[in-house]
Design a protein around this ligand. Structure first.
Ligand SMILES: [Zn+2]
Length: 174
């Protein structure tokens, strides 16, 4: 079995786009502080990293799947240069209410489960929105909220780096 860290993308790994805008290319992709370092700590500790994000901009015609795939490739090229890696990028390209993969649905988690024998009791969903936390709960992993406070999350903290410290037992919960 493998321990998996499921990560939301925008607002957890990289800075969010402005409201009603989407991150569509590498040039607009900005890692949040210490994120590559946080991901390396996790991969060094033998966690698999699976990004699960809602990318409704595809359904809305704002961006294409090819652009999203190309962006994710660039993200991994950068992480590879830092000696780490995201194992899998999964995203929902659909409109609201049209599928079971848009979070808080768990379709993408089930897709990941086909590839990895997920050890749910040692796996986490980390996100910055209610739908991330709900999705993690629905799938049955522990949840970490990045932001001020979320009453449904198991743990709340300020950044992915801080979350990783807590997961690895090298930091303290706020
Ligand atoms: Zn979907």
């Amino acid at each position: 079995m493998v321990k998996v860290i499921f990560l939301d993308r925008d607002g957890v790994i990289n800075k969010c786009a402005k409201e009603h805008e989407y991150i569509t290319q590498w040039e607009n992709f900005e890692f949040l502080e210490n994120v590559p370092k946080a991901i390396k700590l996790l991969t060094d500790a033998k966690y698999k990293i699976v990004v699960i994000s809602n990318q409704r901009g595809i359904a809305r015609g704002v961006m294409t799947k090819n652009e999203v795939d190309e962006l994710h490739k660039r993200v991994n090229e950068y992480l590879n240069s830092k000696d780490t890696n995201i194992d899998l990028f999964l995203y929902c390209p659909h409109e609201i209410g049209e599928c079971n993969c848009r979070k808080p649905g768990i379709g993408l988690f089930l897709a990941a489960e086909k590839l990895f024998n997920v050890d749910k009791s040692h796996s986490y969903m980390i996100g910055d929105s209610d739908s991330d936390i709900a999705a993690g709960h629905n799938f049955g992993v522990k949840t970490i909220f990045i932001g001020d406070y979320n009453n449904l999350a198991d743990i709340c903290c300020k950044s992915l780096y801080e979350a990783v410290q807590i997961i690895l037992g090298i930091g303290r919960c706020v």
